[in-house]
Design a protein. Structure first.
Length: 321
């Protein structure tokens, strides 16, 4: 299949699954009842949505014991009988997600059961975002950053233009960005908008993006001093005329104290890539009604990387020009 045509094939897969798989059809029907509101910050927006269909994902137990006790729902042999997929490269298949956030939402698991770990696989994310670029952004949730199957490597994809960062990116970069590298082939920017801290890598050069990401990964690992994957969520966009834009959100925590609080302070927000991208998914109506700008600021600041660690990583990357 030619580059870009996978987007059309994925769209057809979803339409077919709506006709032939009741659970998925019900999931997309439930999107019609989703309600949202927008909070305006200085130069960017954060939307919140009440989406009860996402309760399973938002409340998923991802500790080692819970994962060991369940069958992996992304392994081919455990997929629902009605589920169909599109083979992608030799290693992946594209599935329609039956519990959608986006109007068109896909999960792209690896065929083999291996853990969620991005190191060595960014090239696959870049290729996939190029091949789905006719309509979709591809994203990655780290194993402790919103992936409900941290034991099985997978990407996800959804409609471009759905997340607020799609439209707000350039303003965020101009208002809150520090340019670390800016040459003819690549732009590397670090952004701190008061809620989120992220880096963006923009280039038409596939290999250059990979090299910069590996340097970033190494420095990030050193800063957090962890043998596990440093915590991150990644969005990857591709446009023929501009190349790739890879946005990496850095974080320090899976879920904020609000998630575990009791009584009125409880807010069931389990932030992943889409939430960092500017659309926060709330599966409980009580949280949608009461959540405020201040709550969002608290939550993102609690789960995001610290200012000091972010500054250290920025300095390391800027010195590696």
């Amino acid at each position: 299949m030619d580059e870009g045509n996978f987007g059309a094939a994925a769209h057809l897969l979803l339409e077919n699954q709506k006709q032939n798989w009741q659970r998925l059809a019900a999931g997309y029907k439930s999107l019609e009842t989703v309600v949202g509101k927008t909070f305006y910050f200085n130069g960017f927006r954060i939307k919140v949505q009440f989406n009860p269909g996402r309760i399973i994902s938002s409340s998923a137990k991802v500790d080692a014991a819970s994962i060991k006790e369940r069958e992996c729902f992304l392994c081919i042999q455990n997929l629902p009988e009605q589920q169909r997929g599109i083979p992608y490269s030799q290693y992946y298949f594209i599935l329609a997600n039956p519990f959608p956030i986006f109007p068109e939402h896909f999960t792209i698991p690896q065929i083999t059961h291996i853990p969620q770990q991005i190191l060595g696989k960014l090239s696959e994310l870049l290729k996939l975002s190029r091949d789905l670029s006719n309509g979709y952004v591809v994203f990655y949730n780290g194993p402790k950053c919103g992936a409900s199957a941290p034991d099985h490597f997978h990407f996800q994809a959804g409609n471009k233009g759905f997340m607020t960062i799609d439209d707000d990116f350039h303003q965020l970069k101009n208002e809150y960005g520090a340019t670390l590298i800016d040459d003819a082939d690549l732009t590397l920017t670090a952004v701190d908008d008061g809620l989120r801290r992220f880096i963006s890598i923009e280039s038409t050069d596939f290999n250059m993006i990979n090299d910069v990401f590996e340097k970033f990964y190494l420095n990030y690992s050193l800063v957090v001093n962890s043998t596990e994957e440093p915590m991150m969520n990644i969005l990857s966009y591709y446009e023929v005329e501009f190349g790739w834009r890879v946005i990496v959100f850095l974080r320090s925590k899976h879920r904020s104290s609000h998630y575990f609080a009791e009584g009125k302070k409880n807010i069931l927000l389990s932030a992943a890539a889409v939430d960092f991208g500017g659309v926060c998914i709330l599966p409980l109506e009580k949280d949608f009604i009461k959540i405020t700008k201040e709550d969002l600021t608290e939550i993102f600041n609690e789960i995001g990387i610290s200012k000091d660690n972010f500054e250290f990583i920025k300095q390391k990357l800027a010195n590696q020009k």
